[in-house]
Design a protein around this ligand. Sequence first.
Ligand SMILES: [Zn+2]
Length: 282
Amino acid sequence: MKPASLILFFVISFLPTAFGGAFEPGARWDQNEVRVCWLDSAEFTKNPDLLDDSLYFNENRLFHSAELSDVIEKKINAEFTPEKTGIHFTGFEKCRIPAQGGRPDADAVLALESVDSFDEIIEGGTSIGMSVIDLFRGEIMRRDPEEDAGLPSLVIQIPSEKIYSSKSIGYHEAISLTALHEFGHLAGLHHEHSAYRDEALRDPYCASSPFADDLKKGPDQAFSLVPKKYIENLYELKGAVRSGYDSKSIMNYCHTRNLFALGGKIGLSAGDRSLLKSVYPE
Ligand SMILES: [Zn+2]
């Protein structure tokens, strides 16, 4: 065991039992304060290596919005605090990149992407904390800043207000919901429903959701062609630290879909907060 994972194991083994979540140990930030900045299409065009290249997005549709970045910053600052989660996010200015090929004065980059449709759940893509997913080797690995030009990245897709609000939830709430989920990934959290498939299927939120079939099916047929290690690491999340299924986790699609349909408090669950606080003690 490396020293970092030993410390994590020590912390995890002395936690109270009632909470939930799944954390990727290789994704853990060394510090509790993660500085972020906003990147738009113009800066991206000048510095295309900055965003994590495993994320899918349309580079021509990255935009800056003072209004939406303000909504997101306020929500993230209210929910991720030194007291509640240990890890918290600061900065939220536009990325200032000193020279081509240079790095902004930030630990992670954020972007807004304008999209034309949405899939009723969550709209975005994010690096899992400090990790990179190596799709060739089928591994979730710790990012090596010496080798990797990209910074941990978070792209929030923004559909139009007309389609990204419901009877129960307004436009800014829908965007806040997406942002909280994506910042959860940036803190190092995995999807709750992926980390606890069996438990999720017993959860009424999930059993009636469009993902129930996916949860039952197991790995896609395409996975049969790849090494077993790939399935264990990327599908079964073998290396994740687990502390129990949390049906109200912001990382649980079944819950976030339910919030979109029926409304409710848009925030981190008690389980999300206690897992993060245990991983990022003050
Ligand atoms: Zn997600």
